[in-house]
Design a protein around this ligand. Structure first.
Ligand code: 173
Length: 320
C-alpha cells in the first residue's frame, strides 16, 4: 500500500506537467497573399499579439505565403488539415466551394453579420462544404476597381486582356474583356511583359507589389467589397479545449473589430495613387450608376446559379 502511494506521489508531478503542457497548442498558419503585402504584415502583428498573451494556451506559427502553399491551394490545405489556419479571400478557394466568392457581395458589415445571422450561416456553409471554421473577416469597407493601361470612354473592354480572379470574371466578361486568372504574385510580370492590359484589384495594396510602376488608369467607381479572412480547419477547431477556442475566437474578433481602419487607409491609398500619377477614368453619373448595378446584378445572378442551395439565403444577410 505504502509502495503504491509512494509511486503515485512520485509520478503525479510528471503527469501534471504533461497535462499542463498539453494545454498549449500551436497552430500552423499560411497566407494566400504574398508575404510582402501589407495584409500579411498586419496579420503577423496579430499573431505576435496572440502569442504574447497566449502562452500556455495557444500559439500560432506562421509558415509563409504562396511560396509555402500556392495562392489557389490554401483553401484545400485548410480543408484537408495540411495547415490549420489560412489567411485568404474567398475568391482564392472556389475550388473548395463556390460560396466562398459570394462574400464579395457583402453590403452589410462583418459586425452586422454577427448580429443578423450572417456569421452563423457562413459558418454552417463553411463547415458543411469546406470543413472550415470562418474565424473572422479582417478586410472590408474596400471596393474593387478595374485598372487599365489603355484609355476607355465607356465601359467596354473589347480587345483588352484583363487579369482576374473569380471576383471579377463575369462582370469583366460582360464588358467583352478577354480574361486571365492569376495569383497576385504574378501580376507584375504580366504587366511588365504586356501580357495583360489591366487587372482587377482593391482600391488599396497596389503599392505593396509595385504595380503603380506599370499602371496608367484606375476606372471609377469601384464595385463589391473586398473580403479577406482567417479560416480554420474544422476538425482542428473542434479539437481545441474550450479555453483555447474561446481565446482564439476572442483574438480573431478583436482583429475583425479593427476593420474601420480600412476606411481611412483607403482614402490615403486613393491619394497615393494620384500622387504616383495614376489617372482616373470616370464615367458620367448615369453610366457610373449602371456600371455598379450591373456588377451587383451579375454577381448575385452568378452566386445563385453557383449555389442554388445557399445563394438566396446568403443574399438575405449580405445584401442591403
Ligand atoms: O484580385 C484579387 O487577387 C482578389 O480577388 C482579391 C480579393 C480580396 C482582396 C485582395 C485581392
Amino acid at each position: 500500500m505504502r509502495r503504491i502511494l509512494c509511486l503515485a506521489l512520485a509520478i503525479a508531478p510528471a503527469l501534471l506537467a504533461a497535462q499542463a503542457h498539453s494545454q498549449e497548442v500551436t497552430l500552423r498558419l499560411v497566407s494566400a497573399f504574398p508575404e510582402n503585402q501589407f495584409y500579411v504584415k498586419r496579420t503577423l502583428d496579430w499573431i505576435a499579439d496572440v502569442n504574447k498573451d497566449g502562452k500556455g494556451v495557444l500559439q500560432i506559427n506562421f509558415i509563409g505565403g504562396p511560396k509555402a502553399i500556392p495562392t489557389f491551394e490554401v483553401g484545400k490545405a485548410v480543408q484537408t488539415g495540411v495547415v490549420d489556419i489560412g489567411f485568404s479571400t474567398g475568391a482564392f478557394y472556389t475550388n473548395v466551394m463556390p460560396e466562398a466568392d459570394i462574400l464579395k457581395l457583402s453590403e452589410t458589415s462583418a459586425a452586422e453579420q454577427r448580429k443578423n445571422g450572417g456569421f452563423d450561416l457562413i459558418n454552417k456553409i463553411w463547415a458543411e462544404k469546406g470543413n472550415m471554421r470562418y474565424l473572422a473577416k479582417v478586410v472590408e469597407f474596400t471596393p474593387f476597381h478595374l485598372y487599365i493601361n489603355k484609355k476607355i470612354d465607356k465601359p467596354d473592354l473589347t480587345g483588352m486582356k484583363i487579369r482576374i480572379t473569380p471576383v471579377y470574371r463575369e462582370f469583366f466578361q460582360s464588358m467583352n474583356a478577354q480574361v486571365m486568372t492569376t495569383a497576385p504574385g504574378e501580376v507584375y510580370t504580366a504587366l511588365e511583359r504586356g501580357v495583360i492590359d489591366g487587372y482587377g484589384w482593391p482600391i488599396h495594396a497596389l503599392f505593396d507589389l509595385n504595380w503603380q510602376e506599370k499602371t496608367k488608369f484606375r476606372v471609377d467607381p469601384g464595385f463589391y467589397n473586398a473580403e479577406v479572412s482567417l479560416v480554420m480547419n474544422l476538425d482542428k477547431y473542434k479539437a481545441l479545449t474550450p479555453k483555447q477556442r474561446d481565446y482564439l475566437d476572442r483574438k480573431a474578433l478583436a482583429y475583425e473589430q479593427q476593420n474601420d481602419f480600412w476606411k481611412t487607409y483607403n482614402q490615403q491609398e486613393t491619394k497615393r495613387q494620384a500622387d504616383a500619377g495614376i489617372q482616373t477614368i470616370a464615367f458620367d453619373a448615369a453610366t457610373s450608376k449602371a456600371y455598379v448595378e450591373k456588377a451587383k446584378d451579375i454577381g448575385w445572378a452568378n452566386a445563385i446559379k453557383a449555389s442554388p442551395q445557399y445563394g438566396e439565403q446568403l443574399k438575405k444577410v449580405l445584401a442591403k
